[in-house]
Ligand binder design. Structure first.
Ligand SMILES: NC(=O)c1ccc[n+]([C@@H]2O[C@H](COP(=O)([O-])OP(=O)(O)OC[C@H]3O[C@@H](n4cnc5c(N)ncnc54)[C@H](O)[C@@H]3O)[C@@H](O)[C@H]2O)c1
Length: 314
């Protein structure tokens, strides 16, 4: 049994708690949040597991093998560094850090600590993105002509994530929150992005995050990459990650849908079989048991952060 401690019990912490609870090989042993009412409520809902308001207490808890960090991005660095000092395994939320310097230090320290250090990049474990990767690998689009990421939000923060930081410039914004998932997919499937130029639309209030982005870059072979996003617009939220090629188009839409078509023809939905849920947790369990596992480690988080920092600064 893998004993998990969770630091940060907000929107995403709660989302993963559900998944941990459903998994037969893990047990939530302790929870921590600096909001006392939230930590009590969560502990009670989990049958009275150990509750901490100070994360140091959870790190020191001898029963905890792996710590899941789901606090806002600017707190990832101090907490991760303390967990690594205690030589415990980590699952950290994305983005890895709130600056490139922090990310570099964390990736280095994780390597030295000799523990499992995984990022929560859930697309890697979901079927639509896996099918996208498979079809790209089978040359569905032919020679890539352009890679495009579109992020459109009628409102930001989104309804389900109304907290005090995700709309702020310091550690929020959709480039950081949403863009990072597709930067990681780009790194995985197409390699790095170079020659990044970015134009942000920033509100007058210097505390508030971007409301628009148009960025361009190139893959290693010179294929253009276009990243565009806007918030506070009409219509529905739309996230599209699209490969345009010499033969056709393939698009991962709204996280879990896939469409594609051959050039000159129609774009159609592409079906796929839903995989087993909780694959990330399966992989964590395997890794802790010394088996080969599909995890995306802090080095991946660091490489995504390199691109992220170029995109979020003009
Ligand atoms: N993997 C994904 O798909 C995904 C999606 C959205 C957000 N995220 C990431 O998850 C993380 C959390 O996001 P969220 O939307 O749940 O945020 P949130 O603000 O809803 O929750 C964060 C929680 O952390 C607590 N916290 C803050 N500092 C703390 C500290 N020092 N010690 C203990 N608790 C502390 C807060 O009280 C809060 O309850 C962020 O890094 C975010 O980028 C990941």
């Amino acid at each position: 049994m893998l004993h998990i401690g969770i630091i940060g019990l907000g929107a995403i912490g709660q989302r993963l708690i559900k998944k941990f609870k459903e998994h037969p090989d893990v047990e939530i042993t302790a929870v921590c949040d600096r909001l006392e009412s939230l930590v009590r409520e969560t502990s009670n809902a989990l049958g009275g597991v150990q509750a901490y308001t100070d994360y140091q207490g959870l790190i020191a808890d001898q029963r905890v093998d792996l710590i899941y960090i789901a606090v806002p991005p600017k707190f990832h660095h101090p907490i991760v560094m303390d967990v690594l000092k205690a030589k415990k395994h980590i699952l950290c939320e994305k983005p890895l850090a709130n600056s490139l310097d922090e990310a570099k230090e964390m990736a280095q320290a994780a390597k030295e600590a000799g523990v499992i250090h995984a990022m929560n990049f859930p697309l890697n474990y979901e079927q639509a993105a896996s099918k996208f990767a498979e079809l790209i690998g089978q040359n569905y689009v032919g020679k890539l002509r352009r890679l495009q990421l579109t992020m459109h939000f009628p409102e930001w923060p989104r309804l389900w994530q109304k907290n005090d930081w995700v709309g702020e410039r310091e550690q929020g914004g959709f480039v950081l929150e949403v863009g990072v998932h597709f930067i990681q997919q780009t790194l995985k499937l197409f390699g790095g992005i170079k020659k990044i130029q970015t134009r942000l639309e920033l509100p007058e209030d210097p505390q508030k995050c971007e409301t628009g982005v148009i960025a361009t870059g190139e893959l290693e072979d010179g294929t253009p990459v276009l990243i565009e996003g806007l918030s506070h617009i009409a219509g529905k939220e739309h996230i599209g990650f699209t490969a345009f090629g010499s033969e056709g188009i393939l698009s991962l839409e709204n996280w879990g849908e896939l469409s594609g078509g051959k050039n000159g023809g129609e774009l159609n939905a592409i079906s796929f079989v839903e995989t087993k849920p909780n694959r990330l947790i399966d992989e964590l369990v395997k890794a802790v048991n010394g088996q080969e596992a599909e995890l995306y480690d802090f080095e991946v988080g660091y490489r995504a952060q390199e691109i992220l920092e170029k995109l979020r600064k003009m």
